[in-house]
Design a binder for this molecule. Structure first.
Ligand code: WTA
Length: 652
């Protein structure tokens, strides 16, 4: 898609003068500020750090080294602060009664607004409750929650007492949850009886029960259960109702004075190999980076109503539903439902109901709406909107123009933000003060970010070029390590090209120096904007006794961006059947969760391998994508005929 667009032909979209003139920075100011951030990073970030409230202001700004053996990332290390204090207490005097969270439930009639004062009180109570359960500084707490205010409250309560939260997306299966509970070493899990999405109930508490029956999770002592639906749940000695433990607590809980480099949270994400990795983010740099990007990229001004339609289970929810906006004193909208329920006009109706000025969502959500036609937006005016944001995957031209024209009434520029769980916040993105943007391009690096393109041999490419996207110096929002596995952190991100951070993405830089992200170049899939490792899916499949071998690749999917295509070689004597196909799909859903549901399974008598036995994924990807012209040289394969066989028997 984006790869084939040359910069000369790239469409250009001029940003509306009213929006530009309102923006914090115009294009010239961006360039000047960016230059300063690169030439004098310490001076630049020392100044920016003043936007946070510190108990002790940092003297030392950054001391970071990138290396395959010896990566060490530190920002503001002698400063002390508290993230919850920054998100709550410091706003009480100036905006105590302003809405902090506007919550809209799955049922449009269910709404709740919490002012900063109310949120502060609830966080204090929850923090005291956690303390009463023995949680203290440095401990981890697993959250497996619906999109309800208690999710944000529990996150901030952890932050207040110096515990690290590990939020596990509510769409992950009990097995996936068990692995994360075990790896993070949480003694407390917070969940709800059920979550509700699109009118359907999802049994979160049952999933927790099942997860905690797995080996390795015995460490869990307490499960706090939010009563969301009143649905029936089984009860164990370790279970306590959230309201029974929290409601009686005092509102007042002192915010711990914490070092800037102490942990704020762990968040698991998929890589190309092995199990999901728990990326660890720390307090000072992360909070500064998320609040600053939130302010500039979305042109957030006091009084704006801001809506990020992600789930708190993902990094987007952490950075841009909770920490970034609340640190800026913004009103952040939390939406429990789905865009298609009760009607396809829901997103527009939420916008009108709450006067949303800024909407941040994903290309997948836009494509899902597009499929139903423009009239679905007739039930709303969306006149309050000023800025749109996109995240998670490359946005194709059709989705860009629909989002812009239909959702944004042709008035609102789209900030196509490229970033990752590892980066904490936006890395390459347009700004609302730019004179024009190019649909499909993430445009320019944010302050302090030094992107570069390398080829596979490690040469740094100059000018107009395509290559592996790397970042050449640390920025405050960067993840510091993989929980309990620093070596894996170094090997994954700093071994590919010495001295730089390797993103796993490919990109093109055009003649104007604008970046176009072309997608993952490793074995990570991006399905509906959700990151999934092919290795995780493969190991789930080969655990089935009928499967001898499995290879998973992505292929272009109209709505999801990428779909999951699976080649399965069956064990001797097993014959393919529809029933077996269903069983394998169930197995993957069981091991990982519904987000990993396979789209296509092809029975493969053999897989294309080199003579040394390595599976040629490049070829499998081409076959799955129907790109049969560019199969390349297959003569080095151990058995070239398997390729013809696979092509001939493609299931579509
Ligand atoms: C992809 C989500 C193109 C990319 C914040 C990256 C994007 C991965 C964009 C990270 C974008 C994210 N354009 N691709 N604007 N944003 N990606 O960790 O492949 O869930 O590496 O973080 O999503 O996914 P993650």
């Amino acid at each position: 898609m984006t790869e084939s667009v040359s910069s000369a032909k790239a469409q250009r979209y001029p940003i509306d003068p009213d929006i530009r003139s309102r923006a914090w920075l115009d294009e010239a100011q961006y360039h000047e500020m960016y230059q300063r951030s690169i030439e004098d990073p310490d001076g630049f970030w020392r100044e920016q750090a003043k936007t946070l409230a510190w108990f002790r202001e940092p003297e030392t700004i950054s001391r970071s080294t990138f290396s395959a053996n010896g990566t060490d990332i530190r920002w503001f290390e002698d400063g002390t602060l508290n993230a919850a204090w920054n998100c709550l207490d410091r706003h009480l005097e100036t905006r105590g009664d302003q809405p902090a969270i506007i919550w809209e439930g799955d049922d449009p009639a269910d709404t709740l607004t919490l002012s900063f004062r109310e949120l502060h009180a609830r966080v204090g109570q929850c923090a005291n409750a956690l303390k009463s359960l023995g949680v203290s500084r440095g401990d981890t707490v697993t959250l497996y929650m619906p999109m309800v205010p208690e999710a944000a409250i529990a996150m901030l309560a952890c932050a207040r007492i110096g515990a690290l939260h590990s939020v596990v997306f509510g769409g992950f299966s009990p097995d996936a949850l068990a692995g994360r509970v075990q790896d993070s070493g949480s003694r407390v899990v917070i969940t709800a009886d059920e979550s509700v999405r699109g009118g359907k109930h999802i049994p979160l508490k049952d999933n927790v029960d099942e997860a905690l029956s797995r080996e390795g999770t015995e460490i869990v002592e307490h499960v706090l259960v939010v009563r969301r639906t009143g649905g029936e749940v089984a009860w164990h000695d370790r279970d306590r109702w959230y309201h029974e433990v929290v409601d009686g607590q005092s509102d007042e809980c002192p915010a711990e004075e914490l070092g800037a480099e102490e942990g704020l949270f762990i968040l698991y994400t998929s890589g190309s190999t092995g199990k999901p990795k728990g990326l660890k983010h720390t307090i000072g740099g992360y909070l500064l980076y998320t609040s600053m990007t939130h302010r500039y990229v979305f042109d957030y001004h006091d009084g704006d109503v801001y809506w990020c339609a992600a789930d708190v289970g993902w990094i987007t929810g952490h950075s841009y539903i909770v920490y970034g906006p609340l640190a800026n004193g913004a009103t952040t909208l939390m939406f429990e439902g789905v865009p298609s329920y009760p009607t396809h006009g829901r997103i527009g109706e939420v916008i009108d109901r709450h006067g949303v000025n800024i909407l941040y969502t994903s290309p997948t959500a836009v494509r899902a709406l597009m499929a139903h036609g423009e009239h679905i937006m007739d039930s709303s005016s969306r006149d309050s909107l000023r800025i749109l944001g996109s995240v998670g995957e490359p946005i194709n031209p059709e989705a860009w123009s629909w989002f812009h024209r239909v959702v944004g009434n042709g008035r609102c520029p789209i900030m196509d933000t490229w970033w990752q769980t590892e980066t904490g916040g936006h890395m390459i993105t347009p700004l609302p003060g730019f004179s024009e943007i190019k649909p499909g391009s993430a445009m320019k690096p944010f302050f302090g970010v030094q992107p570069a393109l390398y080829d596979n041999e490690g040469n740094r490419l100059e000018g107009e070029a395509s290559g592996n996207l790397v970042i050449e110096a640390s920025w405050p929002g960067q993840a510091r390590t993989i929980w309990h596995n620093h070596e894996r952190f170094e090997q994954t991100y700093f071994a590919m090209h010495e001295g730089v951070y390797f993103t796993g993405d490919g990109a093109r830089r055009d003649a104007d120096g604008d970046y176009w992200i072309t997608g993952r170049i490793d074995d990570v899939l991006n399905v509906s904007g959700h990151r999934l490792g092919t290795a995780e899916i493969e190991s789930s499949l080969v655990a089935h006794e009928a499967v001898a071998e499995a290879a998973v690749v992505g292929y272009p999917h109209d709505v999801k961006g990428q779909g999951i295509y699976i080649y399965v070689t069956l064990a001797d004597g097993v014959t393919p059947s529809e029933e077996l196909r269903k069983e394998l799909i169930t197995q993957v859903r069981h091991d990982i969760g519904p987000i990993a549901t396979p789209d296509i399974i092809q029975w493969a008598p053999g897989l294309p391998k080199t003579r040394s036995g390595k599976i040629m994924r490049r070829i499998l990807r081409k076959i799955a994508s129907n790109e049969l012209d560019g199969l390349g040289d297959t003569s080095t394969l151990a058995d070239p005929t398997v390729v013809e066989e696979l092509i001939e028997h493609r299931p579509r």
